[in-house]
Design a protein around this ligand. Structure first.
Ligand SMILES: [Zn+2]
Length: 455
């Protein structure tokens, strides 16, 4: 029986030292220093060099894809198992950190620093897991290719570029999310609906600035004196358990409705201020845009558009994130998260046809879902290693509405490193990771990979 725990423990100091080295480099995208062989700027280039250097130091073959991404090969078999992580980080706030974000410090049982959890720490956990399998000379059928990109935070152009020139590993995981294991990520579809819409009582309507957030406030200006609407608006607000304001605005009436914000992947956790206000407005004015929203976009699951679907990954969700109606020009932005059974192109065509019947145009941006059979060897073995090391027998493999780095590679899923009940403050101030969780992750990875590639 191989004692992976002990092997990880032996490498603990080196692992932490390498995390310190990588996290000391502020590898935030920097347009000013971007150029040949450093498409994302000098700091990202330096982080890539530092990671490649770690591989060389340990005697492995490394590869640099012109500063976009790179890899370290552990083993020399033809087929490969991939570990996909990233070296870029999001910017830090000027205030709010208790220590220098680019100098890792350990306080009690946690490491603090930008990148310790997203994603330099987890990437190195994956690397050390692979290294342990190599150091122990375990018999394996595949080499382990540790791949690292430098542009995950801005949309993963790094690996898109990398995979143009390099084959996909036959399977793999990305330690850039959470445990236990994510077998499915819904497809993400964005609709941008535009058109000229006659005033018909509505002067303006504005809400939201990001399509992936449920707008918590919607403002509208309608024609006519506010007094005539006061009673009915108040009643509507009460009935729907929300608050709002109605007031005079020139010769017109200004209405503000306050809902509740939430992430677009879980829109039912919020209250969409736009669809609610449109519902009220539709009862008092006869405007085509208002009617369109109140009729077709007044839910979180696409029922109004007749695109609702509940599949193996759960329900389709819809968020009306942005609405802008000024000077008779209308724009609506939708964010949909779609289970893998749906034909996304056909769905877009159907919605486009409906928009046309209202004199509106539709542009769509489609990102296909990721789905790996939860009963497949990959998911089963990753999950088994997680259960064995963590002792958590209740958390099943999950499907999520968001998208992770795993979508960049077929047969790849998100696996770790955030444990249930822990908050690594990813993208926030004082990003952190427990040393114990880091070691546990490394042990889980080593066990899982070995189980998947052993002779
Ligand atoms: Zn990340």
């Amino acid at each position: 029986m191989i004692n992976f725990k002990e092997e990880v423990e032996k490498r603990k100091d080196q692992l932490i030292q390498d995390i310190e080295t990588l996290c000391a480099i502020p590898s935030v995208y920097d347009e000013k220093t971007a150029g040949e062989n450093q498409p994302y700027g000098k700091a990202c280039r330096n982080a890539l060099d530092a990671m490649l250097e770690i591989g060389k130091r340990d005697g492995f073959v490394t590869y640099d894809e012109h500063g976009y991404a790179g890899h370290i090969d552990i083993g020399d078999q033809e087929e490969s198992f991939g570990i996909l992580g990233h070296l870029d980080v999001v910017p830090v706030n000027e205030v709010g950190w208790n220590s220098d974000p680019f100098k890792v410090v350990q306080v009690n049982d946690k490491l603090y620093g930008r990148g310790v959890a997203d994603d330099k720490g987890p990437l190195l956990a994956g690397y050390y897991a692979a290294k342990i399998i190599h150091d122990l000379n375990l018999p394996v059928k595949k080499k382990i290719r540790v791949i690292f990109g430098c542009d995950e935070e801005r949309g993963s152009s790094c690996v898109a570029h990398y995979f143009q020139n390099n084959p996909f590993p036959s399977m793999g995981f990305t330690p850039d999310a959470e445990f236990p294991v994510v077998y499915g990520e819904k497809g993400i579809v964005r609709f941008d609906i535009k058109g000229d819409v006659k005033k018909d009582g509505l002067v303006a309507m504005v809400a939201g600035d990001r399509v992936n957030i449920v707008p918590e406030k919607c403002e509208a200006i309608i024609e006519g004196n506010h007094k005539q609407y006061e009673a009915s608006f108040k009643e509507f607000l009460e009935k729907n358990h929300v608050t709002g304001v109605i007031e005079e605005e020139g010769n017109c009436t200004k209405l503000i409705l306050k809902g509740k914000s939430a992430h677009a992947s879980l829109p039912e956790e919020g209250i969409n201020a736009v669809s609610l206000l449109a519902t009220y407005l539709d009862s008092i004015i006869n405007n085509k845009l208002v009617h369109f929203i109140a009729t077709y976009l007044n839910d979180y699951d696409g029922k109004g558009l007749q695109i609702n679907h509940e599949g193996l990954m759960g329900k389709l969700t819809m968020n009306l994130g942005v609405v802008r109606y000024v000077k008779e020009k209308a724009e609506i932005e939708l964010d949909l998260r779609c289970p893998h059974e749906i034909d996304l192109k056909k769905m877009a065509d159907d919605v486009e046809e409906l928009c046309h019947s209202y004199g509106l145009t539709l542009e769509s941006d489609i990102h296909e879902p990721l789905y790996v059979d939860p009963n497949s060897e990959l998911i089963q073995k990753l999950h088994k290693a997680y259960v064995e090391v963590s002792g958590d027998t209740t958390s099943a493999p999950q499907a999520i509405g968001g998208g992770t780095y795993a979508k960049s590679m077929p047969n790849c899923v998100a696996f770790g490193c955030e444990f249930k009940g822990e908050d690594n403050a990813i993208h926030g101030n004082n990003e952190n990771i427990k040393v114990d969780s880091l070691l546990k992750s490394t042990e889980i990875f080593a066990k899982a990979i070995y189980d998947l590639i052993k002779e």
